[in-house]
Design a protein around this ligand. Structure first.
Ligand SMILES: Nc1ncnc2c1ncn2[C@@H]1O[C@H](COP(=O)(O)OP(=O)(O)OP(=O)(O)O)[C@@H](O)[C@H]1O
Length: 368
């Protein structure tokens, strides 16, 4: 059982917000949608909940058809979907209890039944004792919990969250990410969340769909996406990376050599022909950096940021800006020896500067 999106397209003037998107999202799982700004995440979410109509394509969830091209459209209120917005969208003139009970309005339940459901939700979302407060008397986390309780009130099986935690401070966001994931799992909900926060996607989701330019370019479990991203875009979305353009200069047997603008690294065979332009991607945690005379690439330190457990260091090699972690602060303008221990390598279409097929990964560093 799943939510199935087939050939979904939506155009605003010349812009394809969704361009032939097909996606299957399994039931009882938490799915995150990530992607650069303008890649179509919100449009996809709105097409699922019925706030936007597709130009083309179908969406159905188990036996409920949401949209079939222009010939059939199920109105949002009949889709059995709960939605939590970025600004929570609580009614300011209603109390917590009234806001939550509002979600039950269409049910025509008896007062007793509404009260019982309300108490259940107040307990579930740790809002006991707050039901008579107004939204302006709540903390950010309490507002967020109220918004989730209101969305859950009619007992939807599908819950959509659009940047729902992004207005909260970092510590509260982290707590709620764990708390909400546990809640979703306990209730066996199918959840789709749009987020800009890579950690949020990694912590909360069972699967992460990456969008770019109106298309879904990959769907993977968090660990796969983080450890074996299948595109440079996917790697970039999951946190700070060094992007280093190069070209395949040798390809023989099990190894290939990539020229990174005058320094060369060997990588496992890519299947890419000699001459292919590539983009290599290196995470700051995947570098071995030393100030000793060990072999490596000479990188001049340009910036040092204290991050608590480690220092985030930025350095220069030619025109390239490299990021890496150190456990002690280097001196500014100090030259250190940089070795990428693990890098990914993706072919680039030089004509339009876009990535082509997924490519290769290299482990263990090789000097210049
Ligand atoms: N109502 C609209 N009218 C015109 N263009 C729109 C409209 N809604 C979205 N777009 C365009 O469609 C594209 C996709 O927008 P969408 O909001 O889905 O992206 P997003 O990935 O959610 O972006 P962000 O991360 O910045 O919220 C963008 O180019 C946007 O400008």
């Amino acid at each position: 059982m799943s939510l199935q999106i087939l050939g979904a397209s939506k155009r605003y003037g010349e812009v394809y917000a969704l361009n032939d998107v097909s996606l299957v999202l399994a039931d009882h799982q938490v799915h995150a949608i990530v992607g650069p700004s303008g890649s179509g995440k919100t449009t996809l979410l709105q097409a699922i909940c019925g706030l936007e109509r597709l130009d083309r394509g179908t969406i159905h969830w188990n036996h409920i058809e949401f949209q079939r091209d222009q010939t059939y459209f199920l109105p949002p209120e009949r889709r059995q979907i709960g939605m939590v917005f970025q600004d929570f969208a609580l009614f300011p003139h209603l109390t917590v209890g009234q806001n939550i009970a509002f979600g039950l309005g269409v049910r025509h339940w008896s007062t007793d039944r509404v009260q019982a459901r309300l108490q259940e939700l107040l307990t579930l979302l740790h809002l006991e004792g707050l039901q008579d407060r107004y939204p302006h008397e709540l903390s950010g986390g309490q507002k967020q919990r109220t918004a989730v309780a209101r969305a859950l009130a009619p007992d939807p099986r599908l819950l959509l969250l659009d940047e729902s935690l992004s207005s909260l401070d970092a510590a509260l966001r982290r707590t709620l990410q764990h708390e909400l994931r546990d809640l979703f799992k306990k209730l066996h909900l199918t959840v789709i969340l749009v987020t800009h926060d890579p950690t949020e996607a990694l912590v909360m989701a069972d699967n992460i769909a990456v969008m770019s330019q109106g298309r879904v370019i990959s769907v993977n479990p968090p660990q796969t996406l983080y450890e074996r991203p299948d595109s440079a875009i996917a790697a970039q979305l999951m946190g700070l990376v060094t992007l280093w353009p190069g070209r395949v200069v040798e390809s023989r047997g099990q190894y290939a050599v990539v020229d990174l603008e005058s320094c060369r690294v060997s990588i496992p065979a890519t299947g890419l022909p000699v001459g292919t332009a590539v983009m290599t991607v290196i995470r700051p945690s995947s570098c071995y950096v030393t100030s000793s005379r060990e072999p490596g690439i000479d990188v001049q330190v340009s910036q040092v940021r204290y991050m608590g457990d480690y220092f985030l260091v930025t350095g220069q090699y030619g025109n390239n800006t490299l990021h890496f972690y150190l456990d002690r602060p280097p001196k500014e303008r100090e030259t250190v020896q940089f070795n990428p221990e693990r890098l990914w390598c993706y072919p680039v279409d030089e004509a339009d500067d876009r990535e082509q097929q997924p490519a290769m990964e290299r482990k263990r560093g090789v000097g210049p």
